[in-house]
Ligand binder design. Structure first.
Ligand SMILES: [Zn+2]
Ligand SMILES: [Zn+2]
Length: 341
């Protein structure tokens, strides 16, 4: 039911393998995301009455289809998965580059939004979007990587920044931002982090951003501060993670001429001054999430560079409404993860 707390169902049937790429997992840990609030508020209106949230699943394989087995998955594997399920296999996107096939408009659906999610003892994921976890990575660390991590991993790659170059991140101190900063910094890229909340500024510093600036000072002040600290025209690309109405303008202001602004946040509308793209010749790109190969690369990068994934852990499914309350309060920093197994 929409606009109501989650209800725990005891007799929810264990799902079965229907398609060849289906993998049924016993869920170990699943995290909560802003999108789950949109689901609860009825923004995905065609959902069935019984529906489990969370599109950030991790767990152990308990059954799998033939195509999943052919890809190398086996019973008992510990996996994490992106939410895409049941690509049509026929459309332009499905026949296009592997890392963008999830743009398929004819897929079966998305785990936790249009298909049953991971706040459940068992859930189904698609082998084409699953990754076997290294033994040294916990389910709790992996769950937020399947959405927050996968989202900013792609965005940071899209900046094409080389070691020693500078990028900007607007909205740097949240669940997405704290990972984006670390992904960049650990790859040798310098980061100008911009946030408008004390906790966000603090977290940006902790994550190693070279320059941390308070957006509340206004774009003019930001420009002066950046010039003083690192010089003019240094920021080749800026990632927008804040859905504040001026976030994109700020990104356009701090990015050097001929640079790129990468929009990740999803406000109703994005606006910026025409001068930004015309007189500064900026490129404007949207970025969604990673594909399967990138998810795998990111998981190894996280282990190798000891990336800190900030989490708030809730034991067992009974706590799921506390998670919703915590998310709505806006006071928690880091991803909310429910441990089920
Ligand atoms: Zn998400
Ligand atoms: Zn397709």
């Amino acid at each position: 039911q929409f606009h109501k707390p989650y209800q725990i169902q005891d007799a929810y049937p264990r799902p079965e393998v229907v398609d060849g790429h289906d993998i049924v997992i016993r869920v170990a840990a699943a995290s909560f995301c802003h999108t789950d609030i949109m689901v609860l508020e009825g923004q995905f209106s065609s959902l069935p009455k019984q529906h489990a949230g969370s599109h950030e699943p991790t767990g152990t394989i308990v059954s799998l289809g033939a195509d999943a087995a052919a890809l190398g998955f086996k019973l008992g594997d510990r996996i994490a998965a992106l939410g895409w399920r049941g690509l049509c296999g026929e459309c332009v996107d499905c026949k296009g580059p592997v890392d963008k096939r999830y743009y398929c408009r004819f897929m079966k659906g998305y785990v936790g939004t249009t298909l049953p999610g991971a706040f459940s003892d068992f859930t189904v994921v698609d082998a084409r979007y699953a990754v076997v976890l290294p033994d040294t990575m916990s389910f709790v660390t992996a769950a937020p990587l399947t959405c927050a991590g996968a989202t900013v991993w792609r965005a940071v790659q899209s900046t094409k920044a080389q070691p020693g170059e500078w990028i900007g991140i607007v909205g740097s101190g949240g669940g997405l931002g704290h990972l984006a900063i670390q992904f960049a910094v650990k790859a040798g890229v310098n980061v100008v982090a911009v946030d408008a909340r004390e906790e966000g500024l603090e977290l940006s510093r902790e994550c190693g951003a070279q320059l941390v600036l308070d957006a509340r000072k206004g774009d003019e002040q930001l420009t002066v501060a950046i010039t003083e600290a690192i010089g003019d025209d240094k920021i080749k690309a800026t990632i927008v993670l804040s859905d504040h109405e001026t976030a994109c303008d700020t990104a356009c202001t701090i990015t050097r001429p001929h640079g790129t602004v990468i929009q990740v946040a999803q406000p109703q509308r994005v606006s910026f001054h025409f001068r930004a793209i015309i007189f500064k010749d900026l490129r404007f790109e949207g970025s969604l999430v990673s594909g399967q190969k990138e998810l795998e690369d990111m998981i190894h990068f996280v282990l190798e560079h000891k990336i800190r994934v900030k989490t708030n852990i809730y034991e067992n499914l009974d706590a799921v409404n506390l998670v919703v309350d915590a998310a709505r309060s806006g006071k928690v920093s880091g991803k909310l993860v429910v441990v089920l197994d």
